[in-house]
Design a protein. Structure first.
Lengths: 270, 305
């Protein structure tokens, strides 16, 4: 190749614009609220949680009855519905990028990839956690106002009988969002990820014992939903393990899913 | 400057890019040509780290794209104009990209105005025509004011006004000393703006050089002269290394002498000339010739031009 005459060479001037963790978080935050499908799913999760739990509190028939009346945090019993929708939200936050092709833009802008994955997970989990805490406080205040659950009347949110159960229920919401994000990164496809979640994690504990040999039937006790049930029992249930083991199991599931998804993201072409 | 050295990409047994080495210099527009399936897009994807080379490497200013801490400021790329979430507005799409680097919101507005989408900044990208999507893709590539611009088929879908705008924009960016590297199947368009060409076929480099070098590698430039005294002019022009072919009574095709030289000789011999023009193959003819044995996908009927 020949150069007929000298041409100027454009030199990128030094500047403060570069990739940082905070900037990746800001970018992911903007994606969350500017993509309609995402924020609608997100809003639906919390609207469902608030609506169903508030109905139970106001009605009081179930929560204040003989079966559940002695459990002061029983109003978190419908949080799994919100968690389910947050799993879908988490999956969509990744799969919409792959479906639209905008993942190529995201991974070109931040070519090391790990930052994009962590930022997306952090935003989904962080925002879910903040809203989950707010929802819990809101529902607790409604519970105290209505007074339909005798065992909870006048009880502080931070009283041990109330706090641990409420905390376990609250944490399952951001856990669902994070679980969904990691499933999304793993499979990159909404239908596949949601089918896997329902087929294995949601329905698995009921279906798998039918197919597994008796010696392995206990495996389902170590699936995420079983551990979540221990967490949100607030210490009322310690079978087959306690809260510490349940926490380890939940973190281990995230580590396995996240590790495989990260390996796949780094190893393979986008 | 983009440097590709022994770049190779294999998918299983299939080699999509094979030992590809070329350089794209700053200050000029460089066209990246090849038939469908030649490996152009794969090469561009490897340039920005979306695909990993099996062997070799491709760098920008001596660094791998993935190793640049502020990549958007060094390289702007548009590989697929439709690769935008359809539910996002044009402005938000640019802000999503720009915020990863802390680029100011004002810059997003600036590039939207630059590509003519200022009036539809708050419209969702899903409602854009192909031409508007191309403009948004170009705006995305420009948001970091990069030193290197890589565009895959940027002219697709643009109206004539858009094509003219893009042509002027790319020439201006190159004149500022930036590296402009674009693929296109529109030979007529490339011949207007590109100074350098990289032509590949079936993943291999077929030729690289200036447009003139590429065309002359296929068919040397000729001077066509029409004169009532063709025989006398042919005798006067003849010299070692000079070719003169007479096509009819008054027309000569001369190789090895420019129109200026032929004109001077004719004037010295007092020979009247009716026509004196330079003739050379078109870029399209050169491309067809160069890639004739490197076409991956072709119809069974031979194309007629």
């Amino acid at each position: 190749m020949t150069t007929a005459f000298a041409v100027p060479t454009f030199v990128v001037p030094p500047g403060p614009e570069r990739i940082t963790a905070g900037r990746l978080l800001r970018s992911e935050w903007r994606k969350l609220w500017s993509i309609r499908a995402l924020w609608m799913t997100f809003a639906a999760a919390f609207a469902l949680t608030i609506g169903l739990c508030a109905y139970m509190i106001v009605d009081g028939t179930t929560l204040g009855g003989a079966d559940a009346g002695h459990i002061p945090f029983g109003w978190t019993g419908l949080y799994p519905v919100g968690m389910l929708v947050l799993v879908v939200f988490g999956v969509l936050s990744v799969s919409t990028e792959y479906a639209s092709g905008s993942i190529r833009t995201s991974l070109t802008v931040a070519p090391r990839r790990t930052g994009v994955m962590l930022a997306k997970a952090a935003v989904a989990t962080g925002v879910s956690a903040i809203l989950a805490a707010a929802v819990t406080v809101l529902l607790y205040l409604l519970l105290q106002t209505m007074g339909t659950v005798p065992s909870a009347v006048g009880m502080s949110l931070f009283a041990p009988d109330m706090f641990w159960g409420a905390l376990g229920g609250t944490l399952m919401l951001p856990y669902g969002a994070l679980f969904g994000v990691l499933l999304g990164w793993l499979l990159r496809n909404a239908a596949g990820a949601i089918c896997l979640y329902f087929g294995l994690f949601q329905m698995g504990p009921q279906i798998l014992p039918t197919f597994l040999p008796e010696s392995l039937a206990g495996v389902t006790d170590y699936m995420p939903l079983a551990a979540i049930n221990i967490m949100r029992s607030g210490g009322l249930s310690n079978e087959p393990y306690g809260i510490v083991t349940a926490s380890i199991i939940l973190v281990a599931w995230l580590a396995v899913l996240g590790g495989i998804a990260w390996w796949r993201l780094k190893k393979f072409d986008a | 400057m983009i440097v590709s050295q022994n770049l190779t990409k294999q998918y299983g047994d299939k080699t999509v890019v094979s030992d590809l080495s070329f350089t794209v210099r700053p200050g000029v527009v460089t066209g990246f040509l090849g038939p469908n399936g030649a490996g152009k897009s794969t090469t561009m994807r490897m340039l920005v780290g979306l695909d990993s080379p099996t062997h070799g490497h491709i760098t920008i200013g001596g660094r791998r794209y993935q190793d640049i801490p502020d990549p958007v400021r060094h390289l702007g790329v548009m590989l697929d104009a439709r690769a935008v979430n359809p539910g996002v507005t044009a402005l938000n799409h640019l802000l999503i990209v720009g915020q990863t680097h802390g680029i100011a919101t004002a810059r997003a507005h600036e590039v939207l105005d630059m590509v003519g989408l200022g009036a539809v900044a708050d419209k969702r990208a899903g409602g854009f025509s192909l031409g508007m999507s191309q403009r948004l893709g170009i705006a995305t590539a420009l948001i970091g004011d990069p030193g290197v611009l890589v565009l895959d088929e940027p002219v697709n879908g643009l109206d004539p006004d858009g094509v003219l705008w893009l042509r002027q924009l790319l020439v201006r960016l190159a004149a500022e000393g930036r590296t402009v590297f674009l693929s296109s199947h529109l030979m007529s368009e490339l011949s207007l703006i590109a100074e350098d060409l990289v032509v590949i076929g079936q993943g291999r480099l077929l030729i690289a050089g200036t447009v003139d070098e590429v065309i002359e590698s296929v068919a040397p430039q000729m001077t066509r002269v029409v004169t009532p005294e063709a025989a006398r002019l042919a005798d006067a022009i003849q010299a070692p290394g000079i070719g003169v072919r007479r096509s009819d009574e008054g027309t000569l095709f001369v190789t090895g002498r420019t129109t200026r030289e032929v004109g001077i000789i004719a004037a010295a011999q007092s020979i009247t000339l009716y026509e004196l023009v330079t003739e050379r193959a078109s870029l399209e003819e050169a491309f067809m010739h160069i890639t004739r044995n490197a076409v991956e996908y072709t119809s069974h009927e031979e194309a007629t031009v």
